[in-house]
Design a protein around this ligand. Structure first.
Ligand code: IPE
Ligand code: IPE
Ligand code: MG
Length: 238
């Protein structure tokens, strides 16, 4: 799994895990079965990310717009999330994986918030890979929260408007402290960002695959990394 030269390995990969519903539909199964299969793909992908030497993997698990879904689907997703944390936290803790959350997860039910807080505390000192999970995340919400914070500081006199730079904003994003985003992957054939990491995607390479999320695994992550290794990143230079 390691024939990609180290210099061309992305430090930070983010994935829009899309297509669970369509995966289930093709099999004449309920959507919940697609989400369940999606959790297996998460496990495989996290394992591969660590083996491939990624510093950070950010997974879009629940968007700030996903509250529009029917209550029973939301409750299926919450149940899966709970079970995933309960079943996999020991492994993350032992395997040096640090858990990080982007998005306002405090909007979830108190039992889930408590589970997440415990998972964050238990893995805070881990260093090998950061698994960042987007929960109730929307980029416009994130940037709105950042803007409010800066406006408050300006009003309080602790920062002057001319001192606000791109770094001021980056340091207040939910992704602060993570490496810059190198590669964005979206499954299921859709080619849109769906309010994910709008600021952070500025110079990310974009990889779209028709695979549905439950069919994604270490091999397909490796294929995306091989594609990434061929990119010529210019950042506006020449
Ligand atoms: C992605 O799969 C999982 C979440 C958004 C939580 P979908 O549920 O969006 O699956 P499709 O897009 O309907 O196939
Ligand atoms: C994006 O997928 C959100 C997640 C993967 C969690 P959606 O399925 O919600 O996106 P749209 O509605 O197709 O844009
Ligand atoms: Mg979808």
């Amino acid at each position: 799994m390691s024939d990609v030269p180290p210099s061309s390995i992305p430090r930070h990969v983010a994935i829009i895990m899309d297509g669970n519903g369509r995966w289930a539909k093709r099999r004449h199964l309920p959507r919940a079965a697609g989400h369940k299969a999606g959790v297996e793909a998460v496990r495989k992908t996290v394992r591969a990310a660590k083996e491939l030497g990624l510093e950070a993997l950010t997974l879009y698990a629940f968007s700030s717009e996903n509250w529009k879904r029917p209550e029973d689907e939301i409750s299926d997703l919450m149940g899966l999330m709970k079970r995933f944390i309960l079943s996999d936290l020991d492994k993350f803790a032992a395997e040096d994986v640090r858990l990080h959350i982007i998005g306002d997860y405090t909007a979830f039910k108190p039992d889930i918030v408590a589970l997440i807080d415990d998972a964050l505390a238990r893995t805070a000192g881990n260093k090998a890979t950061t698994l960042s999970v987007a929960l109730n995340y929307g980029s416009q919400d994130e940037l709105t929260r950042v803007t409010r914070g800066i406006a408050r500081d300006v009003a309080a006199g602790s920062i002057v408007p001319d001192a606000i730079t791109a770094d001021t904003i980056a340091a207040r994003l939910d992704t602060a402290g993570l490496p810059p985003l190198d590669l964005l992957i979206r499954t299921s054939g859709e080619q849109r960002l769906s309010n994910f990491l709008l600021w952070q995607c500025a110079y990310a390479e974009m990889y779209f695959t028709d695979l549905l999320w439950p069919d994604f695994d270490g091999g397909t992550l490796k294929a995306a990394l091989d594609w990434f290794a061929m990119r010529d990143r210019r950042y506006g230079g020449r």
